[in-house]
Structures are given as C-alpha cells and as structure tokens.
Write a protein that binds this ligand. Sequence first.
Ligand code: PLP
Length: 408
Amino acid sequence: MRVDKEPTNLTKPNSSLDTIALHPFGGHLEPGDPLTADLTLSTSFKMAPDAGFTAASQGDDPLPIYARWGNPTVHRLERHLCALERAEDAVCFGSGMAAVSALFFSTLSSGDHLVASNICYAGVAELMHDLQAHRGIKVSFVDTSDIGAVADAMTPRTKMVFVETPANPILRLTDIRAVAERAASVGARLAVDSTFATPIATRPLDLGADFVVHSLTKYACGHGDALGGAVLGSRENLEPLRSSALVHNGAVLHPLAAWLIGRSLQTLPLRMRQHQDNAFAVARFLEQHPAVEQVFYPGLSSHPQHELAKSQMANFSGMIAFRARNSKSLRDRFAAEAEILSYAVSLGKTKSLIVLVDTDEVQSQSFQMPPAELEKYRAAAGDGIFRLSVGLEDSADIIADLDRILGS
Ligand SMILES: *Cc1c(COP(=O)(O)O)cnc(C)c1O
C-alpha cells in the first residue's frame, strides 16, 4: 500500500540508526506537509469501480480499500520497521502473540517438523506445545545455544527453526549465524524472536535468518500504552502471512496503536542506549550484592555467552535476570514496598519492572522440559529467577530501591 514517502537511500548500511529512526522515509517535504505522521482511522476507503475485493486481487501496491487488508498508518509503521531492520517487507499484527501465531499457522502444516528453543517467552512455548498436541506438527524442543543439539534435531521434514535470543527468562543466547547455516542445510527456514534485542542490538536477517519476530508491545512501543507485533522478512516469505493471518484471520493492528508505536520508534536508539547504560550499572551493583547468588546480563563478562553477545549484539539491552536467596519473601517485598520498580509482567518500558519467574510454575505450564533439560535450566534459574526490565529512571534511584529491599 502506498504511503506518503517510501524508505529510500537512508537505509544504506552505513547510515546511522539514530537518523533512520527519525527519518525512515527519504525525500524532502513540500511546503505544508506535516512533520508528524498523520493518523488515519478510516476503516473504508473510496474504491475504483474495477477494484477487486478478495485477498488474491490486491496486487503488489494496492490503494487502501478496507482496514483489515491495510491501513496507511499501519503500513507506515511497517515501512518504518523495515528501515530499522533492513528488511524488504514487514507485516504488523495486533500483538506479539498474533505475530508468532501468524508465522506458525501460515508456514507450517500437519506433518511438518519444527525445531524450537526449549525456553522462550512462556506464551510462545505454550503455543508450540499446542501445535504439537492438536495440530499435527512435530516439535523438537532443544537448547538452541547448543549448535550440536540443533543440528541433531534436524530431519528432512524440518520446515522451520524458531529461536529467541536473548531468551526469556535466563537471557540465554543463540548464535543466529550458526543456526541459520544448519537450517539452510536441510532447507528449513529460521525465525528469530528478537523482541529483547530490538533492531538496535541485532539484525537477524543480516545474519541469515528468514523471519524476524517482534512483540512491539515491549521496547518498540516502550511506553506501555499499545500492544502490537510484527514479522519481517522477504516479500515472498511474508505474502502468506499477509493474506491468511491478516486478511482471513483478522489479526490486525489498530491504527492508533500503530501510530503510538511509530511515534515511539523515533526514540528507540536513544532509549536503548539508556536502557543499556542503566542495566550495566544495575547488573554490576547486583553482582556484588551479598543477597544475590547470580546475575545474568549479556554485557557482563560473567555471562556464559559474553563473547557471542559481543559479536552478535551492538547493544546489550535492558534485561537482567538474577537469582537471590529467599526469593519468595523478596518477591513479596518487591510487590509491597518497591517505589521505583513495579512488580509487574511485560518489559521494555520506560519504567522499571520486576517479576519472579517461578521454575515449577513455568516448567509445568509452559516449558515442559524433560528431566535432564530441566536440571540444566535449574542450574541457572534455581527455584525461581527475577526478571528485571531496567527502565529509564536515574540508575542510582533504581539501585537504591533494589538495595533497600535486598539489603536487610
Ligand atoms: C511479550 C513477548 C511476546 C508476546 O508479545 P505480546 O505483544 O505480549 O503478545 C513474544 N515474545 C517475546 C520475547 C515477548 O517478550
């Protein structure tokens, strides 16, 4: 669908993401053009008399007809995301889960094999167990930080490899380039959930992935006021997602949410720098705190995959995981007494959030790992691990809040 200006030469590899985030569409404005994107809420658009109205008749660059097929504000966000991720195409959805569902349901059918990360965002883990139980898709859940395990799981029926890096909740990384090579060797496509990394840290398509998935609800929106999701990749790969998940299943993003997320993308590089700086300060504080047993932050040299983090992430993001003694009583104190930190799910917001991810709960409801894999997970997460989304407050204030609760 046409927008006022399409991405242009600003997306050349050496132009700065700071600039692309603010000027994703090249070309100069004419007198009277708005400097801030318009919001188009219209659900219907005047049609040419010969315009078709099925998914198949939409062609490559259609005029807007009906908002389930495309809306100029949503389309503008898609082009904005393409510029940041250096993708040919993007499709936006009403949430991150809608984006992941669209990916699986549009690319996998009964009898296909999926190789997937055995730990990831809980909702995605549950969806993949559902694909296996009810939709005839065989799923091999593996530790995708172990390239040998990924390679061993591949079969001639493997259609897709799905990884999340850094992965919820223990911030385990996957070597995207290495997994992309293994996937390509059996003709499978690689999808990367890059929500924690954002395009500021990692651009999976440049490393050989076929699809990138984002929950736009997190860092992309960043302000905690809109749900959204996106899948990016080649136009050819995304065509089935647009026609089936959007046009037929109706998993559309509301234009107001698209507008809010597009507004927020302008400051994504700036926010990610501050999230990272604050996370470094908080992670170093936690590492020396006597009540804390272990800290996981990809930017610290103590992270088991710090070398991979350095080569694959241009920004270490703002997510920290840490294990502490008496985690349940600490959890209650965070919920009751924290002033800067909010005890809440979700992440990537301007404000700091903390939540305890209980191992038994996440294992029984989401991950369902076999005993050996669970033992490996427990070695990192213990009986429960705090997931801390470090916000944009002064890091000294975040640290003071943590210290007051951890300290006594
Ligand atoms: C939040 C999240 C999702 C799901 O996104 P929603 O917008 O909440 O539906 C998927 N993957 C990851 C890594 C997430 O953090």
